[in-house]
Design a binder for this molecule. Sequence first.
Ligand code: GLU
Length: 550
Amino acid sequence: MDYKDLANLIFPDVKDASYYEEKYPERKLKDGAMVVRFAPSPTGFVHIGGIYTSVICSKLAKQTDGVFMLRIEDTDQKREVENGVNGIIDALKKFNLEPDEGMIDENTSKGAYGPYKQSQRKEIYQAFAKKLIEEKKAYPCFCKQEDLDAMREKQENAKIRPGYYGAWATCRNLGLDEIERRIKNGEEYIIRFKSPGNPERKIKHHDVIKGNIDFPENDQDIVIIKSDGLPTYHFAHVVDDHLMRTTLVLRGDEWLSSLPIHIQLFEALGVKIPKYAHIAPIMKEEDGTKRKLSKRKDPEATVEFYAKEGIPSEAAIEYLLNIANSNFEGWRRQNKTASIDDFDLQINKMSVSGALFDMVKLLDISKTVISRYSKEKVYDLAINYANEYDEDLKELLEKDKEYTIKVLGIERGNEKPRKDIAKWSDLKDNIGYMYDDRFLNKEIEYSYQNINDKEEIKEVVRDYIDNYFDISDDKQTWFDKIKDLAEKHGYAREVKEYKANPEGFKGHVGDVSTVIRVALTGRHNTPDMYEIMRVLGKDSVIKRLEKAIC
Ligand code: GLU
């Protein structure tokens, strides 16, 4: 018996690795095209970090005429949940990050480099494991968990580096006859890689994000095929990214320390090593220390959070691009209406350590994104949200669609559009006061700011209704009339005028218009009051002003 016979004994039915090399040839793409992948495990939970990785993948593929793949890593079948794959696909769809290749539902995929689900690639991994066994670079290991535990205890007691390596790798040196006998006896085994490494030596690596790093070589004989015949992450990664012709492996930096293993495996298979970019996780500050955004503690770690809050996915994407490349913000300021496709993402400009999640910034970006939308688009997105999450909002929006669109159109579509809406879950609060059936029947707590005297307020509002308000006025006339009203009641027509002579006036035009605004809407902060009056209409304006002073 030789090593070829051993390989055949272990994997009698698999094809030769060369078959797969031919089946999945080098891709014919233009120079510089990047082939990247998002490779999640279907655990039933999509972390916003996964969307972050996918945004980067998708941008790089688009920018270089490359390929963005979705590969499902389901070799740890204990962690798998039903419908986990669909959950991932839906999340990517929601964020407009549909991959060019990969899984399109639980069991179907598109693209010529599939299957894209690891559990369907069992024979492929086995073909490459077989090749390594033939070449004496991998071997079956019969050690049981108890043996490994006992070994670890010995190592710990003797204060020796733990693991399966060197002289501790007992199955490494079994003779072929013994191996054959034990396999034929039906003993359970796994396949381990025979590491050629020596930790006294260093390997040098250039990571596209982290820069130059060196590591001690790996000398652990890691498991490549488990007892269920499926590969470990390490082996699957190397085989898949080789055969899928990935050019850049973008993944979380928790994998950085495994890189020496991966490099060794690529070398053992005699294939080209892709580039790597290890992404720092998004962080959260808690009690003065930074930690990774956690799915258990931080609602914003889950993709559902964005849907439930009604933060448009476009806003979340802009926020993530902003974390990825800090110059995105400046670019956006210069290119207010450009598509994000026009932004040139630079992977080497990504930060080496993790950025802090900043909710204020996210909502700020969201306000700007929403401010760019047309009133019809705001309506459509808001109604989609309401259908799913808020019955009452749905009722409000649908009762008089035409009116609602007018409300949403206030201060929109101009040079400086309104920026008060950050998320659909706030919309009721943003526009609820515009609906007479809600406003007129409600107890309102009017807070008039500078002018507090009830009689004074009554006089001003009464006078406005009786002598100044005319719904058909143009904006200039409307505003001049508010100034006239102010002047008549002892307030300066202009703020400047008041500042120059504060003793000479009770206040200024701003104080008076605030009184009208608060009486009209119950708030002192609203979009343009003239537009609000036009949308409300004459009767509503009068009813509201009367209500305030009755
Ligand atoms: N399945 C691995 C994970 O979810 C993927 C790492 C990689 O992208 O290679 O962490």
